[in-house]
Write a protein that binds this ligand. Structure first.
Ligand code: ASP
Length: 427
């Protein structure tokens, strides 16, 4: 074979692979590169940063336009309200289950027992978590343009929903504006598709950096916490989410597991559910068959308020810290942790490390020492990868269930065994 043939063979092989396979390859190669290069793997980080920047560029316009189109495409405002109630109920319920799994694992396996904790710098706890009332009041933006500029997703959601409802109520007069938003939303979906082509390379750069930075040794003392959070995350997705889909949705959960791979891997490497949102929306529509109307409402809301993985992690960590400091918790403390964590997840932004800050809220409420945060902070990135992935998988599960119950789930797409080949039909 001459050089050109070899090159063509390679590019055909790579070109033929579906996106999720490329992303997985990027991830594995990234870990290998990180372990080999050690801290020098930092030089590969810019590739990851470029991908994250590109994906962040999409978030505000994508959420804004697709949410408006989501509302105007429903036309029936009552239906909208019904979907909102179902979504929020499912989000809060699944979050409470997730934290119970975390607490159960922490209780059974006692990760903090006998640990010699060295109390060090607690600077990571200094950022104040907002109170619940503050979170609620902040939902309404005083200046929508400011909210867009600051990328405040909850405020953008509230404004986009209100504008969408107003456009529907205006009837004929608002038609041109609705059409404009529709074509802008369409352009954002296209741009998302283009940016996603960078994912395998970005994931490679990010994984190399994480593996190089943490190595394997640093993890040993905290390996139990890491193992419990990862096991809990697997139980939540593989047992709880799939059971709910089978029982409530009467759907084949294997299809769900296949459809969530792309966003799950991207969430795992970027540790940001807001950052993963474009990929989450794409997967919901193209691989799981959720309608535009439902996915563009349920998913942006979920990326901001539904944090199953974060809640689960808070359960494990709260118990870990209590055990490490030799503090016994009463049954009422467990209930308090479940309630605070569920509510805290509403206020947790879908960005890297946000869960650690919210953990301070949970610890304070239950009266556990904030010093514990410093220890968890050291391995937070590794925990963040699993919990963010579960946050996104939980959102997708709810979008499928709400879609199914509203007859907004295209089961021919959901049950389709291939992936990505229907892109043109949808976009
Ligand atoms: N990184 C998580 C997310 O984006 C939030 C967290 O830190 O728990 O979903």
């Amino acid at each position: 074979m001459n050089d050109t043939n070899i090159k063509q063979g390679r590019s055909n092989f790579w070109g033929r692979l579906s996106l999720w396979k490329k992303i997985l390859i990027g991830m594995v190669l990234g870990i290998v590169a990180g372990v080999i290069l050690g801290p020098d793997a930092e030089i590969l980080k810019p590739i990851g940063t470029l991908f994250i920047n590109a994906i962040k560029m999409l978030i505000v316009p994508l959420v804004f336009f697709s949410l408006i189109v989501g509302v105007t495409s429903m036309k029936d405002i009552r239906k909208m309200g019904r979907i909102a109630i179902k979504t929020v109920t499912l989000y809060l319920g699944t979050t409470a289950v997730a934290i119970t799994i975390g607490l159960g694992l922490g209780f059974l396996f006692e990760p903090g027992k006998g640990l010699n904790m060295v109390v060090t710098d607690v600077a990571s706890a200094s950022e104040e978590a907002p109170t619940f009332i503050e979170t609620l009041l902040n939902l309404v933006p005083q200046n929508p343009v400011g909210a867009l500029a600051a990328g405040d997703i909850l405020q953008i959601i509230v404004f986009a929903l209100s504008l969408g409802v107003a456009l529907v109520l205006c009837g004929e007069k608002a038609k041109p504006a609705i059409q404009l938003f529709e074509s802008l939303a369409e352009a954002m979906y296209k741009l998302t598709e283009l940016v996603m082509k960078l994912a395998p390379y970005g994931v490679f750069g990010l994984m190399a950096w994480v593996a190089g930075k943490y190595g394997l040794d640093v993890l040993v003392p905290l390996i139990k916490v890491i193992a419990l959070v990862y096991i809990g995350c697997l139980i939540h997705v593989l047992v709880f989410c799939t059971s709910l889909l089978s029982i409530l949705g009467r759907l084949n959960p294997m299809r769900y597991l296949k459809g969530i791979i792309n966003p799950a891997v991207i969430a795992f490497t970027t540790t940001s559910s807001s950052g993963t949102l474009p990929a989450t929306i794409k997967a919901a529509r193209e691989d799981l068959g959720v309608s535009e109307g439902v996915s563009s409402f349920v998913l942006p809301v979920g990326a901001t308020i539904n944090m199953d993985g974060t809640a689960l992690y808070q359960g494990v960590c709260a118990l870990f810290i209590a055990q490490a400091f030799g503090i016994d918790l009463a049954f009422s403390d467990y209930i308090l942790i479940i309630m605070t964590s569920t509510l805290a997840s509403i206020g947790t932004a879908g960005v890297p490390g946000a869960g650690l800050i919210m953990l301070s809220l949970v610890l304070t409420t239950v009266g556990l020492p904030l010093e514990g945060l410093a220890i968890v902070a050291g391995i937070d990135r590794i925990l963040d990868m699993a919990r963010t992935s579960v946050n996104v998988c939980g959102d997708l599960m709810v979008s499928v269930l709400v879609g199914k119950s509203e007859k907004e789930l295209d089961e021919s797409i959901y049950n389709y065994s291939g992936q990505g080949s229907i892109i043109n039909k949808i976009l």
